[in-house]
Write a protein that binds this ligand. Structure first.
Ligand code: E4P
Length: 218
Protein backbone atom coordinates (compact mmCIF):
# COMPACT_ATOMS: atom_id res chain seq x y z
CA UNK A 1 0.00 0.00 0.00
CA UNK A 2 1.38 3.38 -0.99
CA UNK A 3 1.03 6.34 1.35
CA UNK A 4 0.49 9.83 -0.06
CA UNK A 5 0.30 13.01 1.98
CA UNK A 6 -2.73 15.21 1.27
CA UNK A 7 -1.12 18.59 1.83
CA UNK A 8 0.78 21.42 0.14
CA UNK A 9 2.75 22.25 3.30
CA UNK A 10 6.49 21.82 2.78
CA UNK A 11 7.36 21.19 6.45
CA UNK A 12 4.82 18.38 6.65
CA UNK A 13 6.04 16.84 3.40
CA UNK A 14 9.70 17.16 4.45
CA UNK A 15 8.95 15.38 7.73
CA UNK A 16 7.01 12.58 6.02
CA UNK A 17 9.79 12.07 3.49
CA UNK A 18 12.41 11.97 6.29
CA UNK A 19 10.43 9.17 7.94
CA UNK A 20 10.83 7.30 4.66
CA UNK A 21 7.22 6.26 4.30
CA UNK A 22 5.73 8.85 1.95
CA UNK A 23 5.42 7.76 -1.69
CA UNK A 24 3.61 10.78 -3.11
CA UNK A 25 1.52 13.89 -2.47
CA UNK A 26 -1.94 15.07 -3.44
CA UNK A 27 -2.94 18.73 -3.43
CA UNK A 28 -6.13 20.54 -4.36
CA UNK A 29 -6.96 24.24 -4.82
CA UNK A 30 -8.04 24.54 -1.16
CA UNK A 31 -4.77 23.09 0.15
CA UNK A 32 -2.71 25.30 -2.16
CA UNK A 33 -4.68 28.43 -1.18
CA UNK A 34 -4.07 27.64 2.51
CA UNK A 35 -0.30 27.91 1.93
CA UNK A 36 -0.48 31.38 0.29
CA UNK A 37 2.40 30.36 -2.01
CA UNK A 38 2.86 30.65 -5.78
CA UNK A 39 1.06 27.60 -7.21
CA UNK A 40 3.61 26.52 -9.80
CA UNK A 41 6.61 27.20 -7.55
CA UNK A 42 4.99 25.16 -4.80
CA UNK A 43 4.25 22.24 -7.12
CA UNK A 44 7.88 22.22 -8.25
CA UNK A 45 9.15 22.38 -4.65
CA UNK A 46 6.91 19.47 -3.64
CA UNK A 47 8.11 17.39 -6.62
CA UNK A 48 11.74 18.05 -5.64
CA UNK A 49 11.10 16.86 -2.10
CA UNK A 50 8.99 13.80 -2.84
CA UNK A 51 10.42 12.49 -6.11
CA UNK A 52 7.18 10.58 -6.57
CA UNK A 53 3.68 11.29 -7.92
CA UNK A 54 2.41 14.79 -7.02
CA UNK A 55 -1.18 15.64 -7.93
CA UNK A 56 -1.85 19.24 -9.00
CA UNK A 57 -5.39 20.20 -9.96
CA UNK A 58 -6.66 22.12 -12.98
CA UNK A 59 -9.21 24.88 -12.45
CA UNK A 60 -10.62 25.17 -15.98
CA UNK A 61 -14.07 23.65 -16.37
CA UNK A 62 -14.04 22.94 -20.11
CA UNK A 63 -12.04 20.10 -21.69
CA UNK A 64 -9.97 22.37 -23.90
CA UNK A 65 -8.97 24.56 -20.96
CA UNK A 66 -8.23 21.53 -18.78
CA UNK A 67 -6.00 19.96 -21.44
CA UNK A 68 -4.10 23.23 -21.88
CA UNK A 69 -3.56 23.62 -18.13
CA UNK A 70 -2.67 19.93 -17.79
CA UNK A 71 0.03 20.10 -20.48
CA UNK A 72 1.55 23.09 -18.74
CA UNK A 73 1.43 21.48 -15.29
CA UNK A 74 2.96 18.28 -16.66
CA UNK A 75 5.82 20.31 -18.10
CA UNK A 76 6.78 21.53 -14.61
CA UNK A 77 8.12 18.16 -13.47
CA UNK A 78 8.18 14.51 -14.47
CA UNK A 79 6.42 13.78 -11.16
CA UNK A 80 3.31 15.87 -11.81
CA UNK A 81 0.00 14.04 -12.01
CA UNK A 82 -2.81 16.25 -13.27
CA UNK A 83 -5.92 16.19 -11.13
CA UNK A 84 -9.09 16.48 -13.18
CA UNK A 85 -12.61 16.74 -11.74
CA UNK A 86 -15.16 14.04 -12.54
CA UNK A 87 -17.37 15.81 -15.10
CA UNK A 88 -18.36 15.28 -18.76
CA UNK A 89 -15.60 17.71 -19.76
CA UNK A 90 -13.16 16.19 -17.28
CA UNK A 91 -13.52 12.68 -18.70
CA UNK A 92 -13.11 14.04 -22.22
CA UNK A 93 -9.88 15.74 -21.12
CA UNK A 94 -8.60 12.58 -19.39
CA UNK A 95 -9.05 10.58 -22.59
CA UNK A 96 -6.98 13.11 -24.55
CA UNK A 97 -4.30 13.41 -21.85
CA UNK A 98 -3.91 9.67 -21.34
CA UNK A 99 -3.36 9.26 -25.10
CA UNK A 100 -0.52 11.82 -24.74
CA UNK A 101 1.00 9.91 -21.83
CA UNK A 102 0.15 12.62 -19.27
CA UNK A 103 -0.72 11.10 -15.91
CA UNK A 104 -4.15 11.96 -14.49
CA UNK A 105 -5.99 11.63 -11.20
CA UNK A 106 -9.78 11.83 -11.52
CA UNK A 107 -10.97 13.61 -8.40
CA UNK A 108 -14.26 14.27 -6.59
CA UNK A 109 -15.44 10.71 -7.20
CA UNK A 110 -18.51 9.75 -5.19
CA UNK A 111 -19.96 6.74 -7.04
CA UNK A 112 -18.94 3.45 -8.64
CA UNK A 113 -20.23 4.60 -12.03
CA UNK A 114 -17.94 7.64 -11.90
CA UNK A 115 -15.00 5.36 -11.05
CA UNK A 116 -15.82 3.08 -14.00
CA UNK A 117 -15.85 6.03 -16.41
CA UNK A 118 -12.52 7.33 -15.06
CA UNK A 119 -10.92 3.92 -15.68
CA UNK A 120 -12.48 3.65 -19.16
CA UNK A 121 -11.01 7.05 -20.06
CA UNK A 122 -7.55 5.78 -19.07
CA UNK A 123 -7.03 7.70 -15.81
CA UNK A 124 -3.83 6.79 -13.97
CA UNK A 125 -5.56 7.25 -10.61
CA UNK A 126 -9.11 7.64 -9.31
CA UNK A 127 -9.88 9.38 -6.01
CA UNK A 128 -13.04 8.40 -4.12
CA UNK A 129 -13.63 10.81 -1.20
CA UNK A 130 -14.49 8.79 1.91
CA UNK A 131 -14.87 11.48 4.58
CA UNK A 132 -17.08 13.74 2.49
CA UNK A 133 -19.46 10.83 1.84
CA UNK A 134 -19.56 10.02 5.56
CA UNK A 135 -20.34 13.71 6.17
CA UNK A 136 -23.64 13.35 4.32
CA UNK A 137 -24.67 10.26 6.32
CA UNK A 138 -23.58 7.78 3.67
CA UNK A 139 -20.88 5.09 3.65
CA UNK A 140 -17.58 6.19 2.12
CA UNK A 141 -15.80 2.93 2.91
CA UNK A 142 -18.50 0.90 1.17
CA UNK A 143 -17.92 2.92 -1.99
CA UNK A 144 -14.19 2.16 -1.96
CA UNK A 145 -14.89 -1.54 -1.39
CA UNK A 146 -17.23 -1.60 -4.40
CA UNK A 147 -14.73 0.20 -6.63
CA UNK A 148 -11.99 -2.28 -5.64
CA UNK A 149 -14.30 -5.16 -6.57
CA UNK A 150 -15.35 -3.70 -9.92
CA UNK A 151 -11.79 -2.77 -10.90
CA UNK A 152 -10.68 -6.32 -10.05
CA UNK A 153 -13.51 -7.79 -12.14
CA UNK A 154 -12.21 -6.05 -15.25
CA UNK A 155 -8.50 -5.80 -14.37
CA UNK A 156 -8.62 -2.03 -14.86
CA UNK A 157 -5.14 -0.57 -14.50
CA UNK A 158 -6.29 2.68 -12.88
CA UNK A 159 -5.00 2.83 -9.30
CA UNK A 160 -7.40 3.69 -6.50
CA UNK A 161 -6.43 6.51 -4.15
CA UNK A 162 -8.60 6.43 -1.02
CA UNK A 163 -9.02 10.16 -0.31
CA UNK A 164 -10.73 12.45 2.19
CA UNK A 165 -9.32 10.35 5.03
CA UNK A 166 -10.27 11.59 8.48
CA UNK A 167 -8.80 9.09 10.97
CA UNK A 168 -6.59 5.97 11.29
CA UNK A 169 -9.51 3.51 11.07
CA UNK A 170 -10.25 4.79 7.55
CA UNK A 171 -6.68 3.76 6.71
CA UNK A 172 -7.06 0.32 8.31
CA UNK A 173 -10.36 -0.39 6.55
CA UNK A 174 -9.14 0.54 3.07
CA UNK A 175 -5.91 -1.42 3.63
CA UNK A 176 -8.04 -4.50 4.39
CA UNK A 177 -9.78 -3.94 1.06
CA UNK A 178 -6.43 -3.91 -0.71
CA UNK A 179 -6.68 -0.35 -1.99
CA UNK A 180 -3.57 0.77 -3.92
CA UNK A 181 -2.96 4.13 -2.23
CA UNK A 182 -4.21 6.13 0.74
CA UNK A 183 -3.77 9.88 0.76
CA UNK A 184 -4.11 11.45 4.19
CA UNK A 185 -3.54 14.71 6.06
CA UNK A 186 -0.29 14.93 8.03
CA UNK A 187 -2.24 14.81 11.32
CA UNK A 188 -3.64 11.39 10.42
CA UNK A 189 -0.23 10.10 9.29
CA UNK A 190 1.26 11.05 12.67
CA UNK A 191 -1.52 9.17 14.48
CA UNK A 192 -0.67 5.96 12.59
CA UNK A 193 2.56 5.76 14.60
CA UNK A 194 0.99 6.00 18.02
CA UNK A 195 -0.06 3.45 20.63
CA UNK A 196 -0.04 4.13 24.39
CA UNK A 197 1.35 0.62 25.10
CA UNK A 198 4.42 1.48 23.00
CA UNK A 199 5.10 4.53 25.21
CA UNK A 200 4.46 2.57 28.40
CA UNK A 201 6.71 -0.23 27.11
CA UNK A 202 9.62 2.12 26.33
CA UNK A 203 9.29 3.82 29.71
CA UNK A 204 9.35 0.45 31.51
CA UNK A 205 12.32 -0.90 29.51
CA UNK A 206 14.36 2.25 30.20
CA UNK A 207 13.49 2.18 33.91
CA UNK A 208 14.43 -1.51 34.19
CA UNK A 209 17.68 -0.83 32.30
CA UNK A 210 18.59 1.95 34.75
CA UNK A 211 17.92 -0.41 37.69
CA UNK A 212 20.10 -3.07 36.06
CA UNK A 213 22.92 -0.58 35.39
CA UNK A 214 22.72 0.59 39.03
CA UNK A 215 22.91 -2.98 40.35
CA UNK A 216 25.93 -3.74 38.12
CA UNK A 217 27.50 -0.35 38.99
CA UNK A 218 27.92 0.37 35.22
C1 E4P B 1 -7.76 14.23 -2.37
O1 E4P B 1 -7.00 14.21 -3.30
C2 E4P B 1 -8.31 15.46 -1.76
O2 E4P B 1 -7.35 16.48 -1.81
C3 E4P B 1 -8.66 15.29 -0.32
O3 E4P B 1 -8.47 13.98 0.14
C4 E4P B 1 -9.92 15.95 0.11
O4 E4P B 1 -10.12 15.70 1.46
P1 E4P B 1 -11.08 16.57 2.39
O5 E4P B 1 -12.46 16.04 2.25
O6 E4P B 1 -10.54 16.36 3.76
O7 E4P B 1 -10.97 18.01 1.94
Amino acid sequence: MKIFLDTANLDEIRQGVEWGIVDGVTTNPTLIAREKADFEERVKEICELVKGPVSAEVVATDAEGMVKEARHLASLSEYVVVKIPMTYEGIKAVKILSAEGIKTNVTLVFSVTQAILAAKAGATYVSPFIGRIDDVSSDGLKLVDEIVQVYNNYAFETEIIAASIRHPMHVVEVAMMGVDIVTMPFAVLKKLFLHPLTDIGIERFLKDWETYRGSRKL
